[in-house]
Design a protein around this ligand. Structure first.
Ligand SMILES: [Zn+2]
Length: 210
């Protein structure tokens, strides 16, 4: 289904998982928000993972074919990482899990980041702050904020609380940051209400049958 009129889904509470959720079935038909180069640029803008001027610059300097090729690489990265997360969610990561991250480390090695001293915003400690900046050299640079988000996910997220939505047909993943770790749904609007309606119908049926 065409992704263009539908806003992407950001319910994961972790950017690396939001990236996995860039293909989903919000209603009946699957939608892939990064099915082509334009989709990837749009998704990165919606995710706030790249500054708008960097995206505009890469769009202007690349051919549609180049952008489509990077989107294909992003989809391959997404599906490889989905398998990694799915086989490990619900448990804390262990040292052995590093071995299988080699493809991600290879991608991270291509990143071009550098520090920049900037004036601090009010409320921050000192007068200046050191910020990480990225050189957006080519269309391939579009993969770098994604690789960074995936890297942060495995380094900073407790995989014990990485969950799949319990909606029967839902594929969305999220990090459960609720206090009791009782989150079950991608969102109340999508699957929570659906489950409530289903439970209500089941109760009605039961009471009529009784
Ligand atoms: Zn769901």
């Amino acid at each position: 289904m065409d992704y263009h009129p539908i806003p992407a889904i950001f319910v994961a509470d972790a950017p690396g998982l939001d990236f996995l959720n860039s293909v989903a079935t919000p209603v009946d038909e699957p939608v892939d928000w990064i099915s082509d180069g334009e989709g990837l640029l749009d998704w990165l803008a919606q995710a706030g993972m790249a500054p708008p001027d960097a995206l505009a610059d890469i769009r202007a300097r690349s051919t549609p074919e180049e952008l489509d090729e990077i989107a294909a690489q992003a989809r391959a990265l997404r599906e490889w990482f989905r398998a990694y997360v799915k086989s490990r969610k619900g448990h804390a990561l262990s040292a052995d899990d590093l071995r299988d991250l080699e493809p991600l480390n290879q991608l991270l090695a291509r990143d071009a980041q550098h520090g920049e001293i900037v004036a601090s915003e009010s409320g921050e400690g000192g007068v200046f702050s050191l910020r990480a900046r990225r050189r957006w050299q080519s269309a391939e640079s579009l993969l770098m904020p994604i690789a960074e988000a995936l890297g942060k996910l495995v380094c900073e997220e407790d995989f014990t609380h990485v969950k799949a939505c319990e909606g029967p047909k839902c594929t969305l993943l999220f990090a459960d940051h609720t206090r009791g770790h009782a989150r079950r749904w991608c969102s109340m609007a999508i699957c929570g209400n659906r489950a409530k309606v289903a439970a209500h119908r089941a109760r009605l049926k039961e009471s009529k049958g009784a």
